[in-house]
Design a protein around this ligand. Sequence first.
Ligand code: 5GP
Ligand code: ZN
Length: 131
Amino acid sequence: MSCLFCSIVAGEIPSKLVYEDDAALAFLDINPWHAGHTLVIPKEHVETVLEDSSILAEIAPAIVATAALLTAKLGADGMNVLSNAGGVSGQEVFHAHVHLIPRYANLPGIAGMSMREDGIDLNEIHARIVN
Ligand code: 5GP
Ligand code: ZN
């Protein structure tokens, strides 16, 4: 069975990578809610972060390092750390992933999380993070 995020891990589909370690990849979400919206995924295929008690632990260093990178490079004021598990929760890609959604003081609060910002330039954001 083909899996979009396994194809990204294999390098068959391009991604705007921001962080990698032995267990995880982090790359920009193609349809960001806020500037710097990033997905952290385990390199191994599991459907959700709740499938196995080790998954979140394995990718925890990547989650923390990537959040620190986004905060430093983009000047984020906060961060939503979110994982959807199961279709009813909103999961659309069934390879476990944690959303890191940088938040900015101009649009605070949980309600602001899903107020998608228009006009985010992924190339510009990626350059700011990796340079
Ligand atoms: P979910 O709804 O499963 O929690 O989140 C899946 C996320 O993957 C969505 O935010 C969506 O924008 C993102 N996404 C879907 N296809 C691609 C892709 O091909 N590349 C990247 N970088 N992100 C994707
Ligand atoms: Zn997969």
